[in-house]
Design a protein. Structure first.
Length: 326
């Protein structure tokens, strides 16, 4: 089942819901069972702007015009950023981005959006150059088919397991494989990694499972990519690859079943102290990641019973402990 489904409630689980439970079951309860609102976030807002921008780009881009430019471009251009294709893609992004949403953010976040526009333009330009250079016998329609995504910003669901996810983008390749893409608008330090982290593994396993099940495609033909768009000018987006692994996929689905069992049993301990696969590693029974998780949680005051007047002082105290390593 594929479509534009706007809202899912329990027992449906997304990768965000799964990771929320893994990091703090109590927070999962507040957010997904009690349906308490979270405080607004500029980081979340800028991500929405970037994803909407890319979605609108694929709806409005003139593929024929891009291809005609590609026919006149040299494949050995010293910089894709100097190509006419890049300029066409970048200018199209500038036309479709919602300037009102963009101006709601501060200068820092606006700068990240602009860098993301440039990085995405480089990614799409590089993909077109790669298709042409590696598959010179492809005709015009075939090149356009592989350059344009199979799907973009669509929900995929598993009715049997009650799982869902909104996949950013999927490209088909000439060799019959598929690239499942998730665009990330990351902060500093994220471009130094060459392997997926725990959140990305959960997301990758879920998305590969959903796309394979809905489209009837052998999961061995799917590769999940994290594409980080917030990079410095002149650099290509930072890409991390995660291939399908049958054993890991099976273990992931078993973990999802275990999480669902805990939820149905009403197991909502604070942070990770009550989960068998997480053990407290700090003094006084404070679970791992406790301070970091709680500092940025919307429900900390309710969870810990801290008076609103004392909340700011508590945050400053926890921040000082984190910086000092206490």
């Amino acid at each position: 089942m594929v479509g534009e489904i706007l809202e899912f409630e329990y027992p449906w689980l997304s990768y965000t819901a799964i990771m929320t439970y893994l990091s703090c079951p109590r927070r999962y309860k507040y957010k997904y069972i009690d349906l308490l609102e979270e405080k607004p976030s500029d980081v979340k807002e800028r991500g929405i702007v970037v994803h909407d921008m890319i979605d609108q780009f694929f709806e409005t881009v003139e593929v024929e015009r891009v291809y005609n430019l590609a026919l006149r471009e040299t494949l050995s251009a010293p910089s894709h950023e100097n190509s006419k294709i890049f300029r066409l893609i970048y200018n199209t992004l500038q036309e479709v981005v919602d300037m009102e949403d963009k101006l709601m953010l501060n200068a820092h976040h606006r700068g990240i959006i602009v860098r993301s526009m440039r990085s995405f333009s480089l990614f799409m330009t590089s993909r077109l150059f790669w298709i042409r250079s590696e598959n010179k016998k492809l005709d015009r329609d075939a090149v356009a088919k592989y350059w344009y995504p199979v799907t973009a910003e669509k929900f995929f669901v598993d009715d049997d397991l009650k799982l869902y996810g909104k996949i950013d983008c999927v490209f088909e390749n000439p060799d019959g494989t598929y690239d499942v893409i998730d665009w990330k608008v990351s902060g500093k330090g994220e471009t130094s990694r060459d392997k997926v982290n725990e959140r990305e593994r959960v997301q990758g396993r879920l998305y590969l499972h959903l796309f394979s099940k809905n489209m009837g495609i052998d999961p061995a033909k799917l590769v999940f990519y994290i594409v980080r768009l917030n990079v410095q000018k002149g650099r290509l987006p930072h890409v991390i690859e995660m291939k399908h692994n049958r054993g890991a996929a099976t273990r992931f689905l078993k973990k999802v079943e275990k999480i669902r069992d805990y939820i149905e049993a009403g197991e909502f301990p604070r942070c990770t102290s009550g989960l068998p696969w997480r053990k407290p590693v700090t003094p006084a029974g404070v679970p791992f990641m406790y301070r970091r998780v709680c500092m940025y949680c919307s429900y900390t005051r309710k969870c810990l019973g801290i008076p609103e007047a004392d909340m700011e002082a508590w945050i400053q105290e926890q921040f000082a402990k984190r910086v000092l390593g206490d």
